[in-house]
Design a protein around this ligand. Structure first.
Ligand SMILES: O=C(O)CCC(=O)C(=O)O
Length: 299
């Protein structure tokens, strides 16, 4: 009997996400990146992507505080996946410098995201280069992401279906990636780009098909850039306070563009209207139930 219990316990403890270390390339030419990774939508961590940027050594928390500490910034506490709250809503604003003190001071869940520093500091444009295929919109919207130690970003993929290049400046974070082919195993909520699973502490009893999904993980440190191809799910955990810059290359071609349009409409029209009609909680529960039914039907 005792043996039976301990076997069961070890089986439970053995369960973990099936993640392999993401390939890391210290030196990769733009040509090799395009041919080997970008064209086949293969994620990779690169150090050379930002090696010529003045920002790489110039952009630190201290530099940002000294020069831009007075800007008022929106600060967010909740991860958005399981809150049922609408993404991007916050009531809290504080001076940028105060927020930077907070994330330097120790653990906090407070995050600042999709922060376009160029709106406040256009003079920083020359400090970094956009990826080769960045379009007009992407060139105007370099987004910065900040978080304190222990803060996290629930897994999602970007609704505009862009390819994302996320470069770390200060601090260290863990990034988990899954390709779009695993969306049903990840229990994606209909019309959305997210789910209710906590990849930082997955509940395999509730989400058993998660065990079959094959993903990647990497640790990003100062100077590292992770290439996240279009449609890739990403979960981010801040092991220390820090920040990064996300640059994007829009999806191209008629099929890609149609997919982007569908995703944006599904989110803005489908998800939001059903949330209004049924009420946020009921619609959330339905999405969750549908995700379970879909996962149960997987071969
Ligand atoms: O690093 C982060 O805080 C989140 C990054 C992210 O979600 C993105 O670049 O789309």
């Amino acid at each position: 009997m005792a043996a039976d219990v301990s076997n069961k316990e070890s089986r439970v403890q053995d369960r973990a996400l099936d993640l392999q270390p993401l390939e890391r390339r210290d030196d990769i030419s733009p040509l090799e990146f395009r041919e080997t990774y970008f064209k086949s939508r293969r994620p990779v961590v690169m150090r050379s992507f930002s090696s010529s940027w003045p920002a790489r050594s110039k952009w630190t928390i201290d530099f940002l505080r000294e020069n831009y500490g007075g800007i008022s910034v929106p600060v967010y506490e909740e991860a958005f996946a399981d809150s049922g709250a609408s993404y991007g809503s916050t009531n809290e604003h504080m001076p940028f410098g105060e927020y930077l003190d907070l994330i330097q001071g120790g653990p906090t869940l407070k995050r600042l995201f999709l922060f376009n520093i160029l709106k406040h500091a256009p003079e920083l444009t020359g400090d970094f280069d956009f990826p080769e295929f960045a379009g007009k919109w992407a060139r105007k919207h370099p987004f910065m992401f900040f978080g304190g130690e222990t803060s996290y970003v629930d897994a999602h993929f970007d609704a505009d279906m862009s390819h994302v290049f996320l470069t770390q400046f200060e601090g260290r974070k863990r990034v988990v990636l899954y390709g779009p082919e695993w969306s049903n195993h990840l229990y994606r909520h209909k019309f959305t780009v997210s789910h209710n699973v906590d990849l930082g502490n997955p509940d395999f009893d509730r989400y058993p098909r998660l065990l079959e999904a094959k993903g990647y993980e990497c640790i990003l440190e100062q100077g590292d850039t992770v290439y996240m191809p279009s449609g890739y799910w990403h979960y981010v955990y801040y092991e220390t306070g820090g920040f990064s810059l996300a640059l994007r290359s829009p999806i191209t071609g008629p099929v890609g563009r149609a997919h982007m349009l569908y995703r944006l409409l599904a989110l803005a029209v489908g998800d939001h209207s059903l949330s209004k009609i049924l009420g946020q909680k009921r619609w959330y529960a339905r999405k969750e139930a549908m995700a379970h039914r879909k996962a149960a039907r997987l071969p």
